[in-house]
Design a protein around this ligand. Structure first.
Ligand code: SF4
Ligand code: SF4
Length: 123
C-alpha cells in the first residue's frame, strides 16, 4: 500500500521528503526538468517501500500512509500519484491535469494556508 502525497504540498513543494526517501521514489526532484512544471510532488506507488520516513519530514503533513487513510477530499490525488512518471511527458501532463481538477474542485481547501490544510482535510 503506497504512501500518498496530498494537497498541502501545493504551495509548499520544498522536497524535504525527497531528501529522506531511501529508494528515490518521490518525484520530480529539484534536479529533474519536470520540477518547474509540476504543482506538487508524487510518490511512485510501485517503488514506495512503506518505510514511513517521508511523513515526519514533511513540514505540512501532506503525506498519508495508504490509499485507505487518505481523506475523502484527497482521493482524486491518489491517481495523480499513481500516473506521474518522470521522463514521460504524457504521464506528467495527466498527473498535473488531475491536480488542477482537484484544485478547481476544492477552492475551500486551497483558500487555507498549506500549513493548515491537512487539519482541514477531516472537516
Ligand atoms: S514511505 Fe518511504 S519509500 Fe515510501 S515515499 Fe515515503 S520515504 Fe519513500
Ligand atoms: S515534504 Fe511535504 S510539502 Fe515538501 S515536497 Fe514533500 S510532500 Fe511536498
Amino acid at each position: 500500500m503506497p504512501f500518498i502525497i496530498t494537497d498541502p504540498c501545493i504551495g509548499t513543494k520544498d522536497t524535504a521528503c525527497v531528501d529522506v526517501c531511501p529508494v528515490d521514489c518521490i518525484h520530480p526532484r529539484k534536479d529533474e526538468p519536470e520540477f518547474a512544471r509540476t504543482t506538487m510532488l508524487y510518490i511512485h506507488p510501485d517503488e514506495c517501500i512503506d518505510c514511513g520516513a517521508c511523513v515526519p519530514a514533511c513540514p505540512v503533513a501532506a503525506i498519508y500512509d495508504s490509499t485507505d487513510s487518505t481523506p475523502p477530499s484527497q482521493k482524486g490525488l491518489i491517481e495523480a500519484n499513481a500516473v506521474y512518471r518522470t521522463g514521460d511527458d504524457a504521464a506528467v501532463s495527466k498527473a498535473e491535469q488531475l491536480v488542477q481538477a482537484h484544485v478547481a474542485a476544492h477552492a475551500d481547501l486551497m483558500a487555507v494556508p498549506p500549513a493548515e490544510r491537512a487539519a482541514a482535510h477531516a472537516k
